[in-house]
Design a protein around this ligand. Structure first.
Ligand code: SF4
Ligand code: SF4
Length: 265
């Protein structure tokens, strides 16, 4: 015999008095907060609101706020290498970058223009993930506002300010520089390291040029010798005895060919 399935618990019946008690309880709970804050402000003179700029309330580390640009604290140079990966991956097309190929002392390309349009940015974080260096970060900055759309278009200077504010905060909190927090390595070098690398490159280029010159000289020296050999071979072939003369008998020889009579023709 099959056992009957267990019955679901019967729902609580709505009751007027139950709802009434619940409403009173909720009102008293809200009033308790109001009365407590009233007492703190009036009698203890404590503020119950926070008005400091850029977030005094603790914000979670993983909070994904306004995007910022960072500087490598070890070298003092911008971390961005102008690879344009962020611009390409942005689904909202709100990043605009212009780069120059060479800036002495800066590894990679140098972004002369770096703009993020926060009117369009959805804070999806794809640009931060695509960035190969710790140049782009999410910050805790969330109070971005303005009187026009133009106020929300951040140029490189503004982005660096926001990014550096965040990096400074991480350092103060003991989390370390942006490299340590993001786990990405900066590619920038100090001026001394840059000079040393340039020296190395120059030495390698000089060595290459020397090798090429030596190869050219050797080829040049070989060319006349080869020409002489060719000329000698040519003259030998011209003055070499023909087959019939070489076959001519020497004086006093008695080869059967020498003795044979000349043909009738
Ligand atoms: S967070 Fe997303 S939308 Fe905003 S700039 Fe980066 S890729 Fe574009
Ligand atoms: S911010 Fe990062 S991804 Fe964007 S151009 Fe610079 S290095 Fe490349």
């Amino acid at each position: 015999m099959i056992a009957a399935p267990p019955q679901p618990p019967s729902p609580v019946k709505p009751s007027y008095w139950h709802d009434f008690v619940e409403a009173v309880r909720t009102i008293l709970k809200g009033m308790a907060v109001t009365i407590r804050n009233f007492g703190r402000v009036v009698f203890l003179r404590q503020a119950t609101t926070i008005t400091k700029k850029w977030g005094s309330r603790p914000i979670a580390l993983r909070y994904r706020g306004t995007i910022g640009l960072t500087i490598d604290r070890r070298t003092g140079k911008e971390n961005c290498i102008g690879c344009l990966a962020c611009e390409r991956i942005c689904p909202d097309h709100c990043i605009h970058i212009e780069v120059i190929d060479d800036k002495p002392g800066h590894k990679g390309k140098y972004p002369v223009v770096f703009i993020i349009d926060n009117n369009l940015c959805s804070l999806c974080g794809l640009c931060v993930e695509a960035c190969p260096t710790p140049a782009l970060i999410h910050t805790e900055v969330w109070q971005v506002g303005g009187y026009s759309h133009r106020d929300l278009v951040f140029d490189k200077q503004r982005l660096l300010e926001i990014g550096e504010w965040q990096q400074e905060k991480w350092i103060r909190m003991g989390l370390g520089t942006v490299d340590q927090v993001t786990g990405k390595k900066s590619m920038q070098m100090t001026d001394e390291e840059w000079q040393a690398e340039e020296e190395k490159k120059r030495a390698a280029a000089a060595a290459r040029a020397q090798r090429a010159a030596a190869t050219r000289a050797a080829a040049k020296a070989e060319t006349p010798a080869a020409g002489d050999r060719k000329a000698a071979a040519h003259s030998r072939s011209r003055h070499a005895p023909t087959a019939s003369s070489s076959a001519a008998p020497t004086e006093g020889s008695s080869s059967p060919e020498a003795e044979s009579p000349p043909s009738e023709s």
